[in-house]
Design a protein around this ligand. Sequence first.
Ligand code: SF4
Length: 447
Amino acid sequence: MALTGLEIYKKLPKQNCRECGLPTCLAFAMKVAAGQAGLDTCPRLTEEARSNLNEASAPPQRLVTIGEGEAGFPMGQETVLYRHEERFHHPCGIAVRVEDTLDDAGLDARLEAIGQMAFERMGLRMVIDLVAIDNVSGEAARFAACAKKAAEKLNKPLVLISGNVAALQAAAASVAPRRALLQFTEAAPGEDLFKLAKEKNLPLGLQADSLEALTALAEKARAAGLQDLVLSPGAAAGPAAALEFLTKTRRAALQKKFRPLGYPVLTYALGSGDEALIAACWYVLKYAGIVVVDTLEPVAVLALMMTRFNIYTDPQKPVQVEAKLYAVGEPGELSPVLITTNFALSFYSVEGEVEAARVPSYILAVDTEGTSVLTAWAADKFNAETIAAAVEKSGLAEKVKHRKLTLPGHVAVISGGLEEASGWKVDVGPKEAVGLTSYLKQRWKAE
Ligand code: SF4
């Protein structure tokens, strides 16, 4: 079992020097016990104490990376059960399954569709994270050829799914040096599987239909010297069983510091209907490290990606853009100047409507610490003075000949004050971004 904060404290230098960034050694010990600080941040710790405390300092859930370098996909090392307690750190990977029974043309088409699937949202480019090759054929050569083609065509981390050690060995060799996840689907892995993962330094996925059985498997793998493990309830587990599995493993890892279950979890939401999509969204929300899906329907993949986006944002930091002047299209001296806040949703709503209207414009995103127009106005962060200061700082006066700003309709009440503070005329625009197209095309005039 992991050490408590007081047990860790007993082994610390007790100098309260603050070099770790915390006010006291006791505060540091508590952070280490909670898995929120590493021993490396205390430079005064003796080597002996460091090695004694290693078990306590290890994060309650291990960080496991599939692939390497910039193309590597990290998962795990989560620190809280509930997002509002801090935040979730490593977004769940979306892996699209590719069955190795596809013929050449079908395989090419599916890999191409996976590579092309991408969405732009709130300034982010969202793509499929991983490719999961499933050894449905049961044949090692076919599985290896399919994995090889996926590795050649796509620069994405690979999950190799099979219950056949020889097939996993052949596929791992065919994609080397890619660091693929070996996802073993049988309940009784032998020493040959552990040997393969250890010799090739590959992460190993284990599955069982009960936590007791999985704990025994994980302990066996750890005893064999394996550190990078991934746990799974298997493809046959229904949504209720999979959610129970996800919740119990996360609780065991974080609340009990139970090391055999302190690993990321891989789940399956196979099929193409709404039920599979709903299950996939639930797994994303409830702690999955990877969810393997079949669907490549854009509307389903986008729904899944937006579910993930929302749960993995930092609840204490509104999603924001840099507060500055943006040019949409190629605005000129007589182009409109639209004022908004640097709340990402506000900014991208305005930007999207301006692009759709095809009227080149400037957008001035005022720093409101990422809050929306009305919230910022209510908090006195979006007022005549802050906007006038942003206009001054932006250098707008040198970019446009006119002296007219367009203010969001929701804050029309500050238009007079803004004219006085800035010396610019103020035009009150629509309350919602959706009204910008008609405003820009029909109402806006430079003079
Ligand atoms: S750096 Fe080490 S000795 Fe200094 S306060 Fe932190 S834990 Fe204590």
